[in-house]
Ligand binder design. Structure first.
Ligand code: PMP
Length: 350
């Protein structure tokens, strides 16, 4: 017996590569190419650094209030944390304590199995169909919880509330988490269903539509009992997941609805242009409801395209995983970045 036997044995989540250079086009981590709202930059510039000597507000109430007001909920229905990864990990810890397996699609956010492994939560994956559609009827089975990313990643497919409703109707006795990291780019939010389903939890993030991936802000919405369980989980591992600067910056972001809408609209317009250009080049891809597309070429291997683009200083995401290793996930950048990508692809694909 050695101390090595007691080290964690886990395959960690692998995020999109962050190359150690500056002059390249980064379309591999679903970041927003535009800066955060101007008020965010002002809030950071005018932040009173002296205040850092004190702990932040443990429950980030100012930010929870701002978010609650924007989505039409009470503060008691809102939890904020250090990115939605942190919030989701806490959700798994707080809600999935059954011996029955948690269920989610086989093609979805690849952090879910990692949290299950780390937290020793049993899980089973349910295959999506050949077009990557999730069949809600497949979720009518015994389970210890359900997680659905809607829109889903990396497929980019968004489904309507009828679909979420069907999953909820089939799962009255489990917590159902709907991960809405990409919802602002064309998805339909399940927030209006919160007053109908007491077992529903919706998570969102400031990383994508609010251009604040580097600040780490995520949130969860649910009924008071659900949110209290999240606070209990938080206060059992780190009472202060959000720092004071992040709280101030988050409040400033929520205050600028106009900038938020304009930025999202720009990303959507570029995405639709990118999708059309890819289809013209012989790619097939689902209609995206996110800030990325998921594209397959009939004649070129995704891995080869990815490697080639890298030599041209353009980074896109390739997953060497069964069922999706023939596709590329391409984040929507600025118009100039996407023009450069289209140029390189046109030169490569003959
Ligand atoms: N959910 C999904 C489906 C995602 O793709 C991501 C981004 N990797 C997240 C949650 C987490 O994002 P963040 O921690 O930046 O809020």
């Amino acid at each position: 017996m050695s101390w090595r036997d007691n080290l964690i044995k886990i395959e960690p989540y692998v995020a999109g590569e962050q190359p150690n250079k500056t002059d390249f086009i980064k379309l591999n981590a679903n970041e927003n190419p535009y800066p955060p709202a101007p008020g965010v930059l002002k809030a950071i510039e005018s932040f009173n650094a002296e205040g850092l000597k004190k702990y932040p507000d443990a429950n980030s109430r100012e930010l929870a209030d701002a978010i609650a007001q924007r989505v039409g909920l009470k503060r008691a229905n809102v939890f904020v944390g250090n990115g939605s990864d942190d919030v989701l990990a806490l959700c798994f810890r707080a809600f999935f304590n059954s011996d029955k397996p948690v269920i989610y699609p086989d093609i979805t956010y690849s952090f879910y199995p990692v949290w299950c492994d780390m937290l020793r939560i049993p899980y089973e994956t349910i295959p999506v169909d050949e077009d990557f559609n999730i069949n809600a009827a497949d979720y009518a089975r015994e389970n210890g919880g359900v997680v659905i990313a809607n829109p889903n990643a990396p497929t980019s497919i968004g489904r309507g509330l009828d679909f979420i409703r069907e999953i909820l109707d089939n799962n009255r006795d489990s917590v159902v988490i709907v991960d809405e990291a990409y919802v602002d780019f064309g998805g339909e939010s399940a927030v209006p269903l919160l007053n109908e389903y007491e077992n529903l939890v919706v998570t969102q993030t400031f990383s994508k539509s609010r251009s604040m991936a580097g600040m780490r802000i995520g949130c969860a919405f649910g009924n008071e009992e659900i949110i209290s369980a999240l606070y209990a989980a938080k206060d059992s591992y780190n009472s202060y997941p959000m720092d004071s600067v992040a709280i101030a910056a988050g409040v400033a972001s929520v205050a600028d609805e106009e900038y938020f809408r304009a930025t999202v609209a720009k990303v959507i317009a570029t995405r639709d242009r990118l999708s059309a250009a890819l289809r013209e080049m012989g790619f097939t891809l689902p209609d995206s409801c996110t800030n990325f597309v998921f594209a397959q070429h009939s004649r070129y291997r995704a891995k080869d395209i990815c490697e080639h683009l890298k030599t041209r200083d353009i980074y896109v995401r390739y997953f060497s995983k069964a069922r999706i290793d023939d596709r590329l996930r391409i984040t929507v950048g600025t118009d100039e970045e996407i023009d450069a990508l289209i140029r390189e692809l046109k030169a490569y694909i003959v």
